[in-house]
Design a protein around this ligand. Sequence first.
Ligand code: SF4
Ligand code: SF4
Length: 376
Amino acid sequence: MKYRRFGKTELPLSVFSLGTMRSLASVEAMVAVVQAGYSGGINHFETARAYGQSEALLGQAIAQLQLPREQIYLTTKLLPTASGAEIRHQLEQSLERLGVDYLDCLALHGINTPDHWQQAQLPQGCLPALEQARDEGLFRHLGFSTHGPRELILEVVNSDRFAFVNLHYYYFFQRHAPVIARAAELDLGVFIISPVDKGGQLYAPPTELVEQCAPLTPLDFNYRFLLSDPRISTLSLGAAVPSDLEAALAIAHQTAPLSDIEHSIDHQLNQAQRSNLTSDQCSQCYQCLPCPEAINIPEILRLRNLALAHGMTEFGQYRYRMFENAGHWFPGRRGDRCTDCGDCLPRCPEQLDIPKLLRDSHQHLKGQNRRRLWED
Ligand code: SF4
Ligand code: SF4
């Protein structure tokens, strides 16, 4: 296991952090996963009030295993609240559930919209209350997690009120590369959310992707892409059972720059996009937005890119089904909402027939048809 400085917090975190939202079956399950992670060198354990019993089970596991408090780092996350008093109360409950008198890190869980950010900053809002709690010693470092758009994340990062950011960024989703760069400039710790599942369901890759990533597995290639980047401090690793940790622990020492072979895999994957998508490739520039029907055009076409270029149709279906079902955690409407108004067309530098591609994506990603897709 390698360790990296978590930005200005100065905490020496393991490059993998144990996320505890999947090990909730029982305290025994949590103990087994925490023990395996700690034995493997993981020193950072992450939970959230919103993860059901996770905080309480993690607290019990730490107590049962008698993990030395000064050798582990604990993070929990609290959803933004309307009032500072409310989040203060919730923080005190989290400390009690975890059985500790301070946390190393506390994150505002999901600054996903400009409204969340505005509300949080109000004098009676949750951010000033958390800053006060930090100054009183209830926790050491304040950060935020986000599923929001790049512009919002940059605004929050630039506010200088946080020491770390917890965000989505993977080989197959590099939209937030400018955030990673800015966070590094400002010395924020960078904590990546769910690189395996949200990063492409890479624990069950399609054959095409396996071939394109050879001789590495898609899972290892994505890990290497992230671990080789010194600006990224730590990656979240969810586990229901100890064996879920094995692949990550096996690669956790490989933080060197990408090798020639790994660069050639990157080249192979880019080549697959070009040859399989030809003139229909969305370049993810986001210039087509806004759409009056609030369709998330770039994300739908990203899923289409992945399905066509790498066979990642099941992943595309999994994410596509979240449109209109996950609120601000996965914003935007489905492709079949397009009214052919044409507003987006002159803004697309690739001159894509966006309405046609959206309808095509909807047909193939809506998930009711379980045939091999894209072949009919
Ligand atoms: S043509 Fe469709 S996708 Fe484009 S802006 Fe109009 S409704 Fe949105
Ligand atoms: S403007 Fe065109 S290329 Fe850019 S994200 Fe939108 S659809 Fe894709």
